[in-house]
Design a protein around this ligand. Structure first.
Ligand SMILES: [Zn+2]
Length: 280
């Protein structure tokens, strides 16, 4: 009874204080979030992206990295690719190295403090050594799994990239993330989910509008979310949908879940300049 009295009077005190007295709000970490395109990949089969899609249907993909600015940090989510072996295999259009794409936006490669690698596929991890000072964050289970040569190649993770990660580890810049809901920086959190690879992760970022979720390949396109379809490349479709649902719940609004390869990101969000969209 006494407890009830107390809580009631506290509520009343808050109401009585009225709107003229602003509540004490500790300023939270606020980042600006940008999507930066560094290449296009045209005519990709929809069925390789969206489970059950018509295999005759083709989609154009945007190859992008995401840049977070705030709290004295310059953080990339994913690092794109640039090695010749991948450029030779994948005939992308409008390619510039991810570091050039970021530099065109006014951020020097050496200014990048952190890179959160969502997973170790060539088109997300390969560019990590373009940023010489960055701490590189990857899930521990993901890294350890792909260290084994028999888990490389056929899975989209290549020996050249694993070697590069080992060099980053040797240089003391590799940060192994131990599981779900792990802090990368104040206001930036890594979550596991989606099972795109052994232990793919996604990132939430605190912005002026609340939480933005950068899904990377755990959600390839808007169509995955809007039609509630798993990505085609997942180890576990049930877990992929559960991860997508969690991202939608977590974000300040569903439109603030950003998929990994959808060119519509550049029409749904305002363009800052060619190939750069301000997410929030
Ligand atoms: Zn991937």
């Amino acid at each position: 009874m006494r407890r009830m009295f107390w809580s009631t009077s506290l509520i009343w005190a808050a109401v009585a204080a009225g709107p003229s007295r602003p509540a004490t709000i500790v300023p939270g970490p606020i980042y600006e979030v940008y999507a930066i395109e560094y290449a296009k990949l045209e005519g990709f089969p929809a069925s390789a992206l969206i489970l059950g899609a018509d295999s005759a249907r083709k989609l154009d993909l945007s190859m992008m990295v995401w840049l977070l600015k705030g709290e004295g940090r310059v953080i990339l989510v994913d690092a794109g690719f640039y090695r010749k072996e991948f450029l030779d295999t994948w005939k992308v259009k409008d390619f510039r190295t991810p570091s050039d794409a970021v530099a065109a936006f006014g951020v020097r490669p050496e200014d990048v403090t952190d890179i959160v690698v969502s997973h170790m596929h060539w088109d997300h991890a390969d560019g990590a050594d373009l940023f010489p000072n960055a701490r590189v964050w990857v899930q521990k289970a993901e890294y350890q799994f792909y260290l084994d040569p028999k888990n490389q190649m056929r899975t989209g993770v290549f020996p050249s990239d694993v070697k590069m990660f080992q060099a980053i580890e040797k240089a003391g810049r590799l940060q192994l993330v131990a599981g779900d809901s792990q802090k990368v920086a104040r206001g930036v959190t890594a979550f596991i989910g989606g099972r795109h690879t052994k232990e793919s992760q996604y990132v939430s970022v605190s912005t002026r509008s609340g939480l933005v979720v950068l899904a990377s390949d755990n959600v390839y396109t808007y169509e995955n979310m809007e039609r509630h379809r798993p990505i085609a490349a997942t180890w576990d479709t049930v877990s992929n949908l559960a991860a997508q649902d969690r991202m939608v719940r977590m974000a300040a609004k569903p439109s603030l879940v950003v998929p990994g390869h959808d060119p519509k990101v550049f029409s749904r969000f305002p363009a800052v300049k060619a190939g750069v969209a301000r997410i929030d």
